[in-house]
Design a protein around this ligand. Structure first.
Ligand SMILES: Nc1ncnc2c1ncn2[C@@H]1O[C@H](COP(=O)(O)OP(=O)(O)OP(=O)(O)O)[C@@H](O)[C@H]1O
Length: 256
Protein backbone atom coordinates (compact mmCIF):
# COMPACT_ATOMS: atom_id res chain seq x y z
CA UNK A 1 0.00 0.00 0.00
CA UNK A 2 1.24 3.48 -0.90
CA UNK A 3 1.35 6.02 1.96
CA UNK A 4 -1.17 8.81 1.51
CA UNK A 5 1.32 11.27 2.97
CA UNK A 6 5.04 10.65 2.88
CA UNK A 7 8.18 12.56 3.82
CA UNK A 8 11.67 11.61 2.73
CA UNK A 9 14.96 13.02 3.96
CA UNK A 10 13.37 16.04 5.59
CA UNK A 11 15.79 18.54 7.06
CA UNK A 12 14.87 21.71 8.93
CA UNK A 13 17.46 23.89 10.61
CA UNK A 14 16.89 26.88 12.82
CA UNK A 15 20.29 28.53 12.98
CA UNK A 16 22.50 26.04 14.76
CA UNK A 17 19.61 23.82 15.82
CA UNK A 18 18.72 20.93 13.54
CA UNK A 19 15.04 20.32 14.28
CA UNK A 20 14.65 17.73 11.52
CA UNK A 21 17.63 15.64 10.66
CA UNK A 22 17.03 13.61 7.51
CA UNK A 23 13.63 12.51 8.72
CA UNK A 24 11.28 10.06 7.02
CA UNK A 25 7.58 9.86 7.60
CA UNK A 26 4.72 7.67 6.38
CA UNK A 27 0.99 7.96 6.93
CA UNK A 28 -1.15 5.20 5.41
CA UNK A 29 -4.76 5.51 4.26
CA UNK A 30 -7.35 5.09 6.98
CA UNK A 31 -4.98 4.90 9.94
CA UNK A 32 -4.47 6.83 13.13
CA UNK A 33 -0.75 7.44 13.34
CA UNK A 34 0.49 8.83 16.64
CA UNK A 35 3.69 10.84 16.70
CA UNK A 36 5.44 10.76 20.04
CA UNK A 37 8.79 12.07 21.24
CA UNK A 38 10.46 13.99 24.01
CA UNK A 39 10.22 17.77 24.26
CA UNK A 40 12.21 19.32 21.47
CA UNK A 41 12.53 16.05 19.53
CA UNK A 42 11.15 17.77 16.44
CA UNK A 43 7.55 16.51 16.28
CA UNK A 44 6.08 19.94 15.59
CA UNK A 45 8.73 20.66 13.02
CA UNK A 46 7.88 17.42 11.25
CA UNK A 47 4.17 18.16 11.24
CA UNK A 48 4.80 21.69 10.05
CA UNK A 49 7.02 20.43 7.25
CA UNK A 50 4.31 18.12 5.89
CA UNK A 51 1.53 20.68 6.29
CA UNK A 52 3.09 23.76 4.76
CA UNK A 53 3.70 25.68 8.00
CA UNK A 54 7.46 25.48 7.46
CA UNK A 55 9.36 24.87 4.27
CA UNK A 56 11.94 22.14 4.80
CA UNK A 57 15.53 23.00 3.88
CA UNK A 58 15.92 19.61 2.26
CA UNK A 59 13.83 16.58 1.46
CA UNK A 60 10.52 15.89 -0.23
CA UNK A 61 6.88 15.55 0.70
CA UNK A 62 4.56 13.33 -1.31
CA UNK A 63 0.78 13.35 -1.21
CA UNK A 64 -0.81 10.26 -2.75
CA UNK A 65 2.51 9.51 -4.41
CA UNK A 66 2.82 12.93 -6.00
CA UNK A 67 5.60 15.29 -4.97
CA UNK A 68 4.16 18.45 -3.41
CA UNK A 69 5.81 21.70 -2.40
CA UNK A 70 3.65 23.52 0.10
CA UNK A 71 4.63 27.10 0.77
CA UNK A 72 1.89 27.81 3.31
CA UNK A 73 -0.73 26.01 5.38
CA UNK A 74 -3.33 27.39 2.95
CA UNK A 75 -1.53 25.56 0.16
CA UNK A 76 -1.68 22.32 2.11
CA UNK A 77 -5.31 22.86 3.02
CA UNK A 78 -6.22 23.29 -0.64
CA UNK A 79 -4.75 19.83 -1.17
CA UNK A 80 -6.79 18.40 1.70
CA UNK A 81 -4.37 18.54 4.63
CA UNK A 82 -6.07 20.12 7.64
CA UNK A 83 -4.22 20.86 10.84
CA UNK A 84 -6.02 21.46 14.12
CA UNK A 85 -3.59 23.15 16.48
CA UNK A 86 -3.78 23.10 20.23
CA UNK A 87 -4.31 26.82 20.15
CA UNK A 88 -7.35 26.59 17.95
CA UNK A 89 -7.63 28.98 15.09
CA UNK A 90 -11.18 29.97 15.84
CA UNK A 91 -12.94 33.24 16.44
CA UNK A 92 -14.48 32.90 19.89
CA UNK A 93 -17.14 35.51 19.38
CA UNK A 94 -18.43 33.98 16.16
CA UNK A 95 -20.94 31.15 15.96
CA UNK A 96 -20.12 27.51 15.33
CA UNK A 97 -21.40 27.72 11.78
CA UNK A 98 -19.40 30.89 11.10
CA UNK A 99 -16.28 29.23 12.43
CA UNK A 100 -16.80 26.13 10.37
CA UNK A 101 -17.12 28.16 7.20
CA UNK A 102 -14.47 30.74 7.97
CA UNK A 103 -12.60 31.49 4.75
CA UNK A 104 -14.96 29.28 2.73
CA UNK A 105 -18.25 31.08 3.18
CA UNK A 106 -21.10 30.01 0.95
CA UNK A 107 -22.88 32.70 -1.04
CA UNK A 108 -26.48 32.75 -2.06
CA UNK A 109 -27.17 31.45 -5.53
CA UNK A 110 -27.44 33.78 -8.51
CA UNK A 111 -27.36 37.55 -8.45
CA UNK A 112 -27.65 37.91 -4.68
CA UNK A 113 -24.58 35.81 -4.10
CA UNK A 114 -22.43 36.59 -7.10
CA UNK A 115 -23.02 40.31 -7.32
CA UNK A 116 -24.31 41.35 -3.92
CA UNK A 117 -22.03 38.81 -2.18
CA UNK A 118 -24.80 37.82 0.21
CA UNK A 119 -23.99 34.89 2.47
CA UNK A 120 -26.17 31.81 2.44
CA UNK A 121 -26.53 31.56 6.21
CA UNK A 122 -29.24 28.96 6.29
CA UNK A 123 -27.30 26.59 4.04
CA UNK A 124 -24.13 27.04 6.12
CA UNK A 125 -26.06 26.40 9.31
CA UNK A 126 -27.70 23.33 7.82
CA UNK A 127 -24.39 21.88 6.69
CA UNK A 128 -22.76 22.69 10.03
CA UNK A 129 -25.61 20.97 11.85
CA UNK A 130 -25.44 17.93 9.56
CA UNK A 131 -21.68 17.60 10.00
CA UNK A 132 -21.85 17.84 13.75
CA UNK A 133 -24.68 15.32 13.90
CA UNK A 134 -22.82 12.96 11.61
CA UNK A 135 -19.87 13.07 13.99
CA UNK A 136 -22.06 12.59 17.03
CA UNK A 137 -21.37 16.12 18.23
CA UNK A 138 -24.90 17.27 18.57
CA UNK A 139 -24.63 17.76 22.29
CA UNK A 140 -24.23 21.26 21.00
CA UNK A 141 -27.67 22.74 21.35
CA UNK A 142 -27.53 25.71 19.13
CA UNK A 143 -25.53 26.09 15.98
CA UNK A 144 -25.65 29.87 16.40
CA UNK A 145 -24.00 29.63 19.78
CA UNK A 146 -20.75 31.59 20.00
CA UNK A 147 -17.72 29.33 20.12
CA UNK A 148 -16.54 31.03 23.35
CA UNK A 149 -19.56 29.56 25.14
CA UNK A 150 -18.60 25.97 24.25
CA UNK A 151 -16.66 23.65 26.49
CA UNK A 152 -13.08 22.81 25.52
CA UNK A 153 -14.11 19.41 24.22
CA UNK A 154 -16.91 20.85 22.14
CA UNK A 155 -14.51 23.37 20.67
CA UNK A 156 -12.10 20.64 19.66
CA UNK A 157 -15.12 18.87 18.22
CA UNK A 158 -16.04 21.83 16.07
CA UNK A 159 -12.45 22.15 14.87
CA UNK A 160 -12.30 18.47 13.98
CA UNK A 161 -15.72 18.61 12.35
CA UNK A 162 -14.58 21.57 10.32
CA UNK A 163 -11.54 19.62 9.15
CA UNK A 164 -13.62 16.52 8.43
CA UNK A 165 -16.33 18.48 6.66
CA UNK A 166 -14.30 19.86 3.84
CA UNK A 167 -13.12 16.83 2.00
CA UNK A 168 -9.90 16.56 3.93
CA UNK A 169 -7.57 13.78 2.92
CA UNK A 170 -5.52 14.04 6.10
CA UNK A 171 -6.28 15.55 9.49
CA UNK A 172 -3.47 16.52 11.82
CA UNK A 173 -4.27 16.98 15.49
CA UNK A 174 -1.69 18.64 17.70
CA UNK A 175 -2.23 17.70 21.35
CA UNK A 176 -6.03 17.63 21.04
CA UNK A 177 -6.64 16.48 24.60
CA UNK A 178 -3.91 18.45 26.38
CA UNK A 179 -6.20 21.09 27.84
CA UNK A 180 -9.24 18.88 28.41
CA UNK A 181 -10.78 17.11 31.36
CA UNK A 182 -11.37 13.37 31.52
CA UNK A 183 -14.87 13.38 30.05
CA UNK A 184 -14.06 15.85 27.32
CA UNK A 185 -10.90 13.97 26.37
CA UNK A 186 -12.99 10.85 26.05
CA UNK A 187 -15.34 12.53 23.66
CA UNK A 188 -12.49 13.85 21.53
CA UNK A 189 -10.91 10.37 21.41
CA UNK A 190 -14.21 8.93 20.24
CA UNK A 191 -14.45 11.64 17.66
CA UNK A 192 -11.00 10.78 16.36
CA UNK A 193 -12.13 7.18 15.96
CA UNK A 194 -15.31 8.29 14.20
CA UNK A 195 -13.27 10.30 11.75
CA UNK A 196 -11.10 7.28 11.04
CA UNK A 197 -14.23 5.18 10.54
CA UNK A 198 -15.18 7.59 7.81
CA UNK A 199 -11.92 6.75 6.08
CA UNK A 200 -9.93 9.86 6.91
CA UNK A 201 -6.44 9.16 8.24
CA UNK A 202 -5.26 11.11 11.26
CA UNK A 203 -1.90 12.18 12.58
CA UNK A 204 -2.09 12.57 16.33
CA UNK A 205 0.71 14.35 18.14
CA UNK A 206 0.44 13.68 21.82
CA UNK A 207 2.38 13.35 25.04
CA UNK A 208 -0.48 11.41 26.58
CA UNK A 209 0.58 7.77 26.40
CA UNK A 210 -2.73 6.23 27.52
CA UNK A 211 -4.55 8.21 24.81
CA UNK A 212 -1.97 7.28 22.21
CA UNK A 213 -2.13 3.60 23.12
CA UNK A 214 -5.89 3.65 23.12
CA UNK A 215 -6.47 5.01 19.64
CA UNK A 216 -3.32 4.71 17.52
CA UNK A 217 -2.92 2.01 14.89
CA UNK A 218 0.80 2.75 14.67
CA UNK A 219 3.15 4.93 16.65
CA UNK A 220 5.93 6.93 15.04
CA UNK A 221 8.61 7.45 17.69
CA UNK A 222 10.56 10.63 17.06
CA UNK A 223 13.96 11.24 18.57
CA UNK A 224 16.68 13.81 17.87
CA UNK A 225 15.00 15.10 14.74
CA UNK A 226 14.25 11.81 13.08
CA UNK A 227 12.01 8.80 13.03
CA UNK A 228 13.57 6.35 15.42
CA UNK A 229 11.08 3.54 14.88
CA UNK A 230 7.44 2.83 14.23
CA UNK A 231 5.74 0.49 16.64
CA UNK A 232 2.43 -1.32 16.85
CA UNK A 233 0.84 -0.45 20.21
CA UNK A 234 -0.29 -4.06 20.50
CA UNK A 235 3.32 -5.26 20.55
CA UNK A 236 4.79 -2.85 23.11
CA UNK A 237 3.93 -1.30 26.45
CA UNK A 238 3.75 2.38 27.26
CA UNK A 239 6.96 2.15 29.25
CA UNK A 240 8.67 0.58 26.23
CA UNK A 241 7.54 3.53 24.13
CA UNK A 242 8.80 6.04 26.68
CA UNK A 243 12.10 4.17 26.96
CA UNK A 244 12.57 4.25 23.17
CA UNK A 245 11.76 7.90 22.97
CA UNK A 246 14.16 8.89 25.74
CA UNK A 247 16.91 6.56 24.59
CA UNK A 248 16.76 4.44 27.75
CA UNK A 249 16.12 1.35 25.68
CA UNK A 250 17.30 0.25 22.28
CA UNK A 251 14.53 0.77 19.74
CA UNK A 252 13.47 -2.04 17.43
CA UNK A 253 15.08 -1.96 14.00
CA UNK A 254 12.99 0.11 11.59
CA UNK A 255 13.68 -2.27 8.76
CA UNK A 256 12.24 -5.13 10.78
N1 LIG B 1 11.01 28.81 15.16
C1 LIG B 1 12.06 28.25 15.76
N2 LIG B 1 13.20 28.93 15.93
C2 LIG B 1 14.29 28.36 16.51
N3 LIG B 1 14.31 27.10 16.97
C3 LIG B 1 13.20 26.37 16.83
C4 LIG B 1 12.02 26.90 16.22
N4 LIG B 1 11.07 25.92 16.22
C5 LIG B 1 11.63 24.85 16.78
N5 LIG B 1 12.90 25.09 17.15
C6 LIG B 1 13.84 24.15 17.80
O1 LIG B 1 13.82 22.95 17.06
C7 LIG B 1 13.83 21.82 17.92
C8 LIG B 1 12.62 20.95 17.68
O2 LIG B 1 11.47 21.66 18.09
P1 LIG B 1 9.98 21.10 17.89
O3 LIG B 1 9.06 22.16 18.35
O4 LIG B 1 9.82 20.60 16.51
O5 LIG B 1 9.97 19.89 18.92
P2 LIG B 1 8.74 19.09 19.55
O6 LIG B 1 9.14 17.65 19.53
O7 LIG B 1 7.50 19.44 18.87
O8 LIG B 1 8.75 19.61 21.04
P3 LIG B 1 7.56 19.73 22.15
O9 LIG B 1 7.10 18.35 22.45
O10 LIG B 1 8.28 20.33 23.30
O11 LIG B 1 6.52 20.62 21.57
C9 LIG B 1 13.91 22.38 19.34
O12 LIG B 1 15.25 22.38 19.75
C10 LIG B 1 13.39 23.79 19.19
O13 LIG B 1 13.94 24.65 20.16
Amino acid sequence: MEPILKGRGLVKRYGKVTALDNCDFDLYPGEILAVIGDNGAGKSSLIKAVSGAVIPDEGDVFLEGRKVKFTSPTDARKEGIETVYQTLAMSPALSIADNMFMGRELRKPGFRGKILRQLDRSRMEQIARDKLTELGLMTIQNINQAVETLSGGQRQGVAVARAAAFGSKVIILDEPTAALGVKESRRVLELIQDVRARGIPIILISHNMPHVFEVADRIHVHRLGKRLCVIDPKDYTMSDAVAFMTGAKQAPDLAA
